[in-house]
Write a protein that binds this ligand. Structure first.
Ligand SMILES: *[C@@H]1O[C@H](CO)[C@@H](O)[C@H](O)[C@H]1NC(C)=O
Ligand SMILES: *[C@@H]1O[C@H](CO)[C@@H](O)[C@H](O)[C@H]1NC(C)=O
Ligand SMILES: *[C@@H]1O[C@H](CO)[C@@H](O)[C@H](O)[C@H]1NC(C)=O
Ligand SMILES: *[C@@H]1O[C@H](CO)[C@@H](O)[C@H](O)[C@H]1NC(C)=O
Ligand SMILES: *[C@@H]1O[C@H](CO)[C@@H](O)[C@H](O)[C@H]1NC(C)=O
Ligand SMILES: *[C@@H]1O[C@H](CO)[C@@H](O)[C@H](O)[C@H]1NC(C)=O
Ligand SMILES: *[C@@H]1O[C@H](CO)[C@@H](O)[C@H](O)[C@H]1NC(C)=O
Length: 507
């Protein structure tokens, strides 16, 4: 009995402290926020209302033992054109030049409510806070200074447990975002806390090489990622792509997304290297959620995740169960009109697959292969009977994303998809009925970074215990999935990114 009591006491202490004394884990939290916005409200009111939700999330995260909470990109105000964006900006001091603690310097920060509130949230809850906001820097005299005399940076900020600003980072890859200016130079976005060393990134940064490069620094324990993501089937759906990012870089990723289903944004989670998702949510219904999990640091799989998902509204909170329940069969913006109820009607896009080579899977079991510009992709599989359309798709080259950005990819994907017009595989349902017991997908890529993913009906991530992946430098990447009782697979994919073949990024 005494023994039991002692164990209980130790467990309680660990829970309260969050990070354990040996430094073998920390507790992370990400908040998927349904941003408040109304055309009729003042900028100040919009910011304040969203910060009230952030405060609640920070309190709940802290009560669950979290050491750190990460908030999404554009969670406090919406993306806007330049004149409107200026109303949301605050000038963020450089924490490398002097100690900055907005919560302690209330007078000086009385008009900078974002900085002050984030700093006080950190201090009052003794939690590290990472969020995304706008940084206005006057620049008259600078030859690159915009006409209105200010730089508008999209910034990530991190506050220590006592409210001190640890770091600010300016987004290095803007996605359109014409109200904002690009970072002036490449930065080192790492910072240290009492439970580890972290790097922050935002939004579009994840599609380029720098974020992977920094993730691979040995000293970095985890990458903190704030985003308002655009879901693109079949291989770039939020939680699917982030799990594959954590696998490809063998690093922990804490990804916080804005939840606005009508704007294609849903899904957040904590992904731990080879172990994949420790906890995640993907459920488009317009409710904000806090995801908390313990993240091991010493060796993988040494710590149970004690994961939880909490739904949070203005006046209620509850343990979130049945995640995935509200995923519709069809989300394609190609098939449906734009959403009229942006917090409820979920929409997604398709990746640009114009130049892919597709081959249909016709037999209930067997193998199929296809090649495109030197890359060959092969799938061997076994189903309980094939009544839906599945295709193997392969691509190698530079192509155009979102009608504006070009980069290099090698892709090999098997996906549930439907035809449209003269394209055999054009849209991707979120639900499937075909039960796969076995699948082996392989391709000869030249890419050094290869993102592997396996999802099943309802956009759920297939447990990591059921599939393996390998990417060798020697032109072979593969995925093996096996499960006796089978799973209704949606997608199994390998996406290779050869960053050094990319044309220079232009905003
Ligand atoms: C916003 O203001 C317009 C014009 O005053 C009004 O017609 C509209 O109903 C208001 N919308 C909301 C959501 O309050
Ligand atoms: C980045 O910054 C961290 C801490 O501020 C420092 O330890 C590290 O050496 C820096 N890395 C590079 C490559 O400059
Ligand atoms: C992944 O990282 C962990 C922890 O840093 C390390 O122990 C493991 O060997 C790495 N795995 C691979 C495949 O590199
Ligand atoms: C899209 O909108 C048009 C015009 O409002 C309507 O006729 C059509 O039925 C809608 N399509 C779908 C799939 O809802
Ligand atoms: C990839 O495999 C195909 C088929 O085996 C082969 O024709 C092609 O040359 C290979 N590509 C490279 C770069 O080795
Ligand atoms: C894919 O295309 C690139 C550029 O055209 C080429 O260098 C590479 O070898 C190709 N990959 C394979 C596996 O053939
Ligand atoms: C898809 O990519 C192709 C090739 O880069 C490009 O010509 C086309 O405009 C792109 N389509 C869209 C819708 O972005």
């Amino acid at each position: 009995m005494a023994h039991k009591l002692t164990l209980f006491a130790v467990a309680t202490v660990l829970l309260v402290l969050g990070a354990d004394a040996n430094g073998c884990f920390f507790t992370g939290a990400v908040f998927e926020h349904t941003r408040y916005y109304s055309k009729n409200d003042s900028a100040r009111h919009i910011v304040e209302k969203n910060l009230v939700s952030y405060r609640r999330a920070a309190e709940i995260a802290s009560s669950k033992g979290a050491d750190i909470v990460v908030f999404p990109d554009y969670g406090i105000f919406p993306p806007s054109e330049r004149a409107q964006a200026k109303k949301y900006m605050e000038t963020i001091p450089d924490p490398k030049k002097s100690r900055v603690n907005p919560c302690e310097e209330r007078e000086a920060y009385s008009q900078k409510i974002i900085l002050r509130t984030l700093s006080c949230m950190a201090k009052e809850n003794s939690i590290v806070v990472v969020a995304s906001m706008g940084d206005l820097q006057k620049c008259e005299g600078d030859p690159d200074c915009p006409e209105d005399g200010d730089f508008h940076f999209s910034a990530s900020v991190a506050f220590d447990r006592d409210g001190t600003l640890l770091m600010k980072y300016h987004k290095e890859h803007l996605f359109y975002e014409f109200g904002m200016d690009l970072a002036r130079a490449q930065q080192n976005s790492t910072f240290e806390t009492d439970f580890g060393t972290f790097a922050t990134y935002q939004g579009f940064d994840i599609d380029f090489g720098r974020m992977s490069e920094v993730a691979r620094w040995q000293t970095v324990d985890a990458v903190l990622y704030s985003v308002m993501f655009i879901d693109q089937a079949p291989q770039m759906m939020s939680v699917q792509f982030w799990e594959s990012w954590a696998l490809a870089n063998n690093k922990t990723l804490l990804a916080a997304n804005t939840q606005i289903p009508g704007y294609l944004a849903v899904g957040s989670g904590i992904f731990h290297g080879e172990e994949g998702a420790l906890s995640y949510t993907f459920n488009p219904e317009g409710i904000s959620k806090l995801i908390v999990a313990r993240v091991p640091k010493c060796d993988f799989e040494s710590v149970a995740p004690y994961a939880s998902i909490t739904a949070i509204t203005d006046d209620e909170m509850w343990e979130w169960k049945g995640d995935g329940h509200d995923v519709p069969e069809v989300c394609s913006r190609t098939l449906l009109n734009d959403s009229t109820e942006i917090v409820r009607e979920y929409r997604c896009m398709e990746e640009n697959m114009t130049d892919y080579t597709f081959v249909k899977l016709t037999a209930p079991k067997g193998h199929v292969d296809a090649c495109n510009n030197g890359v060959c992709c092969f799938v061997e599989y076994e189903t309980d009977g094939l009544t839906e359309d599945y295709y193997l798709g392969v691509f190698n080259g530079t192509y155009n994303h979102f009608g504006r950005y070009n980069w290099f990819e090698e892709d090999c994907v098997m996906a549930r998809c439907d035809p449209l017009g003269d394209r055999p595989c054009a849209t991707f349902p979120m639900k499937s009925e075909t039960v796969f017991r076995h699948l082996h997908l392989k391709a000869n890529f030249t890419s050094k970074v290869v993102f592997p993913s396996v999802t099943e009906s309802g956009m759920r991530l297939v447990p990591r215990s059921e599939w393996h992946h390998h990417s060798h430098g020697n032109l072979l990447s593969d995925i093996r999935f096996d499960r006796e009782s089978g799973r209704k697979l949606l997608v199994a994919g390998l996406k290779g990114r050869c960053y050094d073949k990319d044309p220079p990024y232009k905003r």
